[in-house]
Every structure is written in C-alpha cells, then in structure tokens.
Design a binder for this molecule. Structure first.
Ligand code: DC
Length: 235
C-alpha cells in the first residue's frame, strides 16, 4: 500500500482535531496537530512577555522553542511538549485561544512552524490538521479535506469540550472567540485559511462524529487504492 498525506483544514471548532485523530487511528497513521504548535509558541511568547511587533525578539525567541509530541502511556492520547514540559492542558486555555491568532499572523512564526511540520510529515502516513495544510504545508497532499460547520453548532461543541475538562465558559464568549479567530485566520496576509481548489468539503453541522470520520476514511482508502495502483506498494 502507498502511504499518503491527509491534510484537514477548516474553521476553528469544526471538530478537525478529534476527527483527524480518529481517522489516523483507523488508518494506523500518525496524527499531527499543527494548531497545538501555534498554541505552544503562543504560550511561550505569553510567558516571556514577547513584544510581537519586535521581529528580532520574535525570531530570537523562536530559536528557544522546541515543540514535540508524545503519547501518554496511560491514556493513549498524544500530548504536546514545549522544551520538554507537558503543556497539553496549558495551551488550551482561553488566554492562549484569545492570543493565538495574533501570533499565527507573524511571517517568521509561520516559516519556522511550517518547516517543522513539513519535516514531521516527510515520511507520509500522516494526518495533519490546521488552516494551511492543504494550501501551504503539503500542497501535494494526496487527500485534502476542508471542514466547515455552523458557528453556533461549533460553539456548543467547544463549550461541551471545555465543560468536560472542568472549564465553564459562556456560549457568548466562545462565539466571540471563534468568530474573531475565523476572521483573523481568513483575512491575514500570511497563508490565510482558504479552501484548496482540490479539497473535498465536509460540512459537519449535521453529521454525527462517526459519520464524519467514516467519510474521510472512505475517501482516504479510495486515494490509497488509487496511488497504490499507480505507483505500487511502498510498505
Ligand atoms: O486548531 P486550533 O484551533 O488549535 O488552532 C489554534 C490557532 O492556530 C488558530 O486560531 C489559527 C492557528 N493555526 C494556523 O494559523 N495555522 C495552522 N496550520 C493551524 C493553526
């Protein structure tokens, strides 16, 4: 079978990460959460009180950031590490969520993280989710998916996720954060959130979780079959 790259892009809170994780599990692929990398960089900049307008300072601080992913042996879940410290919980805070789009606008940050993401996906057999995976990180990905969902439905899902991890945030605050991030992510000069022309759109507003996972797994299996037929097996 040929290993392929699956790029999943879309608006904030469409369920990209949970869907991408489940797709990777079903295919035996590696899941890479590119948003976690932007969040980890944001967490570092907040802690170091970095002036985002000072490019020299941003570049200097970027050199001090080492982001990695490790599976938690107890839960089996992948967690994000910043310079060896587990920041999986910390990077999901509202403080980071409110600041991350500003950090993601910076060219130097994007260049640094995109090159790291390309390195992580070089061997293929990966599912990566984000905003520019099918357009910038892997423009030649064999399968590109663009996920969308109604804003209020997305906000309710995000509220439930936060509640499940013990955080109470009002629906209004979540709607404000999601729509603000959608706006900044879609209108920024550097790699804005765009649907790649060859991406398959999946609207998850009225799809059950299993349904959306199965749709993408079916698409992936069809592409894996097609590329294996054309190029033979690579594993
Ligand atoms: O997927 P997420 O919500 O955890 O991503 C957090 C932020 O990171 C999002 O608001 C925009 C930014 N991001 C990006 O600019 N490019 C990516 N490939 C992934 C995320």
């Amino acid at each position: 079978m040929q290993n392929i790259v699956i790029a999943i892009d879309g608006y904030s809170g469409c369920g990209k990460s949970s869907t991408a994780k489940a797709v990777a599990r079903k295919l035996g692929y590696t899941y890479i959460d590119s948003g976690a990398m932007y969040r980890a960089a944001t967490f570092h900049f907040l802690n170091q009180k970095v002036d985002l307008n000072n490019t020299e300072e941003v570049v200097k601080q970027l050199k001090k950031i080492h982001i990695s992913f490790k599976k938690n042996p107890q839960t089996g879940k992948q967690e994000t590490f910043l310079n060896g410290e587990n920041v999986e919980e910390a990077i999901r805070s509202m403080e980071v969520s409110n600041f991350v789009s500003e950090v993601s606008k910076i060219k130097a940050v994007r260049e640094d993280l995109v090159s790291h993401q390309q390195q992580l996906g070089k061997a293929k057999g990966v599912v990566m989710d984000g905003r520019d995976i099918g357009t910038v990180v892997f423009p030649k990905a064999e399968l590109k998916v663009f996920m969308t969902a109604d804003l209020e439905i997305r906000a309710k899902r995000r509220q439930k996720e936060l509640q499940d991890s013990g955080k109470e945030v009002t629906l209004e605050e979540i709607i404000r954060n999601l729509s603000e991030r959608d706006k900044i992510d879609s209108t920024r000069a550097e790699s804005p959130l765009l649907r790649a022309s060859d991406a398959v759109e999946v609207d998850t507003s009225f799809l059950g979780f299993e349904e959306q996972v199965d749709r993408i797994v079916d698409l992936a299996n069809e592409r894996i079959g097609r590329y294996t037929k054309a190029y033979g097996s690579n594993h």
